[in-house]
Design a protein around this ligand. Structure first.
Ligand code: GAP
Length: 565
């Protein structure tokens, strides 16, 4: 899989465009084009259908004959600022960032070395000293280094100390190597020498992945977007765009229980936009500043929470497999204790081997977290912190709760057992954009298929699961005469009632098939000479290339049958 080819297809065929492209784009924001919007809607609809409306999994823990209940919510993006204080996001939802002293760009501290590995200037420097890979860079060569600095370096890494002042920079390195023959010049050390002009004063500097300049020490940076509610614009009017949809569910827990007669265990699902002011948005839509989440908060009895955690982790993993992700590119990874979020007592990530990652590396598609009663308790009592292994309300300098909760009793009363308790929560939290990207990457293929003359020709194919395909079927009249277009139009209008279909009568039929293969259309109907005789049409399958004749009246049922298979 070649990421550049996938990105290019997405733009060429209208899946994804950079936001505000005609003004040069805005980093971290993306627009879904005519086909992209259908694909992403299908991903979200498959999730909603499978997890909420059509879900029929029984409560396997109790063996109850009924499926457990799943319901939905659609909450506001801007919520009361106290929500984020009690949830912990106000104090804790930050990344560490560094600023380049030369180009002033910001870089996420934990992304610096990964970005350096991908940086064009590092690759060019490696080539100049004739290193063939990252480890080979250690073959440091002083003369070649200063030649590179004076030529390519000026353009590619104008901020690098080696480029700004090669003699001084190299002299520090040469001196240290001379005075310490034992010195091990590993790669990070070499790059840090190249970024250092005044070693005696500053120590070794970390190079900026963008221009080679030197980076400041890491500083905390809160990822929530701030906004102002109302016209006055005073400090008290500050609010935040939600960084996750989950909190809307927690603060509505009581409303849902009181209004819909759900019984624990049950889940509340929500799909919606979330916003994070990511320091280094990258890898296409993988890390964006505006994205959509598909989250479930599943409320259960504390005694059953460990079992429900395992249930959701495994069920969500299977969902991706069912919709086409390959098992060898999908993994479930349990977090180590030190990786856990402040609220989590257990988390597993569902990860996919995205093609933009180095071989063997996986990126997060979804997190399944055991959040215990952290959220309901903090929205009731005030922001919680861990003290001596237990969660307690965090106190301010005056000894009062640092951030007061709502004061509402969010406990659940089980009318059957007469037990009152705060349910535990299992949270499968997925990204709609990441899932869409993973399905796109998985589906991209290049193969050969016979054209209409039987000659093998190359084709690009999106082998998307038919449920996800933006267009379900295309309709072609073989030629634009003999009444074929009229029959094709009629079939097109009939199918359009139930499915997103496409009509195409231009160019050779082989080329029309190729155009549909490239956007993942699973079925193509062709009206030909035989249709005029017996009212049958061919239906061609995108993956097997098999063609079969069906009666015009049975075409819609045939598509439905195949989509449900
Ligand atoms: N409520 C828990 C929560 O938000 P998270 O791991 O921060 O957990 C859940 O986010 C999912 O949201 C991720 O697994 C990912 O799919 C998606 N996501 C998070 N940040 C994202 C970003 N900057 N761009 C695109 N998707 C993102």
């Amino acid at each position: 899989m070649d990421m550049e080819k996938i990105v290019s297809l997405c733009k060429r065929r209208g899946f994804l465009f950079q936001s505000s492209e005609i003004y040069g784009g805005l980093n971290g924001f993306w627009d879904y084009g005519p086909l992209g919007v259908e694909l992403k809607r299908n991903v979200k609809e498959a999730w909603w259908k499978d997890m909420v409306t059509s879900h029929d999994d029984l409560n396997t823990l109790t063996g109850a004959p009924q499926p457990f209940q799943m319901t939905g919510l659609d909450c506001a993006i801007i919520m009361h600022p106290q929500v984020w204080k009690c949830s912990g996001h106000y104090d804790l939802f930050h990344d560490w960032m560094q600023t380049c002293r030369q180009c002033k760009k910001l870089v996420r501290a934990d992304h610096v070395w990964e970005m350096l590995e991908e940086a064009e200037w590092v690759r060019s420097f490696a080539e100049s000293i004739e290193a063939t890979d990252w480890d080979d860079l250690l073959k440091f060569n002083s003369l070649r280094s200063s030649q590179w600095a004076q030529r390519k370096g000026k353009k590619l890494a104008p901020g690098l100390a080696l480029v700004r002042n090669p003699d001084v920079t190299l002299s520090w390195l040469a001196e240290d190597l001379r005075s310490n023959p034992e010195m091990r010049l590993d790669l990070p050390t070499l790059l840090r020498y190249l970024a250092t002009e005044q070693k005696a004063e500053t120590g070794l500097q970390t190079p900026c992945p963008h221009c080679g300049g030197d980076l400041t020490e890491p500083r905390e940076f809160n990822l929530m977007f701030k906004t102002i509610v109302g016209a006055l614009g005073s400090a008290e009017d500050a609010a935040f765009l939600r960084p996750e949809t989950a909190q809307g569910i927690f603060v509505n827990f009581k409303n849902v229980v009181d209004s819909s007669r759900v019984r624990v265990p049950f889940g509340i699902a929500q799909i919606g936009k979330s916003f994070r002011n990511e320091i280094t948005p990258r890898h296409f839509t993988f890390r964006s500043r505006e994205f959509e989440q598909m989250e479930i908060e599943f409320f259960c009895h504390p005694n059953e929470s460990a079992a429900w955690y395992r249930y959701w982790r495994d069920r969500r993993y299977e969902w991706y497999l069912k919709l086409g992700l390959a098992r060898d590119r999908l993994q479930l990874r349990e977090h180590h204790a030190e990786e856990l979020a402040h609220y989590s007592v257990g988390t597993a990530d569902i990860e996919y081997a995205f093609p933009f990652l180095p071989p063997g590396e996986f990126g997060e598609l979804e997190g399944v977290a055991h959040r215990a009663d952290f959220d309901l308790r903090s929205h009731s009592e005030g922001k919680l912190v861990k003290k001596d292994g237990a969660l307690v309300v965090e106190l301010g300098p005056d000894g009062k709760p640092k951030y007061k909760g709502s004061g509402k009793n969010l406990a659940y009363m089980d009318e059957m057992t007469k037990e009152r308790y705060l349910p535990h929560v299992i949270e499968p939290s997925s990204g709609a954009d990441r899932a869409t990207l993973a399905f796109l990457c998985e589906a991209y293929r290049e193969d050969t298929a016979p054209d209409e003359n039987g000659k093998p020709t190359e084709r690009t194919l999106l082998a998307l699961h038919p449920r996800l395909a933006p267009i379900k079927a295309a309709v072609f009249p073989l030629v634009k005469k003999d009444g074929m277009p009229e029959i094709a139009q009629k079939l097109y209008l009939r199918l359009k009632k139930d499915f997103n279909v496409f009509y195409d009568d231009s160019g050779a039929v082989g080329r029309r098939y190729r155009r549909q293969d490239e956007v993942g259309t699973p079925y193509c109907f062709t009206i030909d000479g035989q249709t005029l005789q017996d009212q049958t049409v061919t239906i061609r399958d995108r993956d097997s290339l098999e063609q079969k004749r069906v009666h015009l009246d049975a075409a819609a049922d045939e598509v439905r049958k195949r989509l449900e298979a």
